[in-house]
Design a protein around this ligand. Structure first.
Ligand SMILES: [Zn+2]
Length: 399
């Protein structure tokens, strides 16, 4: 246990302290993948790198002037830099946005329904929703001078490199001071850069059919990403180095894009992979938070497999069953009908507002003893998953 704990600590030190924020496309991200590749190679494996190109955002800062009141604001990620003035047009609903004939020279202030959650960027490959597409289309057509979203949602409302105007998200306590017709002056900095990177995978056991054991190694640009998701990467690297996955029919995949607008690493890996040979997936995202249990959710699992997973959870201290959740990298398997297990922290969604993607997601929030216990439990979970999926497949073919 102390050996695995010590190795987990060393990987965390490099990924979180020495490298820090590592969005795909950035130099820091390339440092992170070089480190992971070197660890896997030293452990005797031959990592495969699937290359991609993407865009990353170098954050800036900003302010908003309303009359003679000036407030500090954070630009939305990927906002073009700008220094613009315009008349406030306050909009609450999509039909109001679509009904506008023009917004040239105006600053659109999006509130209520239009700012209740993050607008899916056009570049995101796995999901689009009609209202989101209509909202983007209207914003492109109107081409306002700027957009100010007023929202208490935990993420910025816009994070889309294809929107051509400067934008920010401000909390409702400041947004109540904005009124239709106000003269607004928004100044934001920051820069969007092209960049490239790789997604890394390595085969551990033999055989064509395999389990994908995965975690994303990228982070948002706004966070050192300890809990989300260096902790999972550190656990998987330590297990691999110590040979604790040897003999398991596993492909280790360190995805590089889960927290990125275009899921660049996931797309590169999917393009290079025959999913018919993937029996199942186990994804780790957001583990090891001090004082919390670890949760396991089973998605798209045939019944005997789901029951055996539930029994495994009941037998292991510190684990708890969770309802399926469709986010993170297990979703790309489950949505294609491939059995998937999602491992995270109990009540993870309640933590998203204050910790994930923020500067507070540092090594101090993690419990290394807990991470070592998760690492100690994983080989038995993966053995159970591989065995029960094989049995289920055989029974399926016999029946
Ligand atoms: Zn994550």
């Amino acid at each position: 246990m102390s050996e695995v704990r010590e190795r987990i600590g060393r990987h965390l030190q490099v990924l979180v302290r020495e490298i820090g924020a590592r969005p795909p496309g950035s130099p820091a991200n390339r440092q992170a993948t070089a480190y992971v590749e070197q660890i896997l190679t030293t452990a005797g494996h031959r990592p495969v790198a699937a290359p991609f190109t993407t865009r990353w955002w170098e954050p800036g800062d900003g302010h908003l002037e309303v009359g003679d009141v000036r407030i500090g604001v954070e630009p939305n990620p990927y906002s073009p830099a700008g220094d613009v003035r315009g008349r406030a047009v306050v909009l609450r609903r999509l039909d109001q946005l679509e009904a506008l004939a023009t917004a040239a020279g105006d600053v659109l202030v999006l509130t209520d329904e239009l700012a209740s959650g993050q607008l899916l960027p056009a570049a995101f490959p796995f999901l689009d929703l009609p209202e989101h597409r209509r909202t983007r289309d209207a914003l492109h057509r109107l081409a306002p001078a700027a957009v100010v979203a007023v929202s208490d949602h935990w993420e910025p409302i816009l994070e889309d490199p294809d929107l051509p105007f400067p934008s920010t998200t401000i909390p409702t306590e400041l947004g109540v001071d904005l009124h239709p017709g106000d003269d607004l002056h928004l100044v934001v900095s920051g820069a969007v850069h092209p960049g490239d990177g790789v997604n890394l995978s390595a085969r551990i056991g033999d055989g064509d059919r395999r389990l994908v054991l995965c975690a994303h190694l990228d982070s948002k640009v706004t966070t050192p990403g300890a809990f989300d998701n260096a902790a999972s990467v550190a656990v998987l690297l330590a297990l691999t180095e110590l040979g604790h996955l040897d003999g398991l029919p596993v492909e280790l995949v360190l995805f590089n894009g889960e927290d990125h607008i275009d899921a660049c690493g996931e797309v590169a890996w999917l393009a290079a992979t025959d999913l018919d040979q993937v029996a199942g997936a186990c994804n780790l995202d957001g583990i090891g938070l001090a004082g919390r249990r670890t949760s396991l959710a089973a998605l798209a699992c045939p019944e005997p497999v789901a029951s055996e997973l539930a029994a495994w959870v009941a037998r292991h201290d510190g684990w708890v069953a969770a309802e399926p959740w469709i986010e993170s990298d297990h979703a790309i398997f489950a949505m294609r009908g491939i059995p998937a297990v999602a491992i995270t922290t109990e009540d993870v969604h309640a933590l998203l507002g204050g910790l994930a993607h923020t500067a507070d997601d540092t090594l101090e929030v993690l419990d290394r003893d807990l991470l070592a216990r998760i690492a100690a439990d994983l080989p038995s979970l993966l053995t159970l998953l591989a065995t029960s999926l094989t049995t289920a497949a055989v029974n399926h073919h016999d029946g």
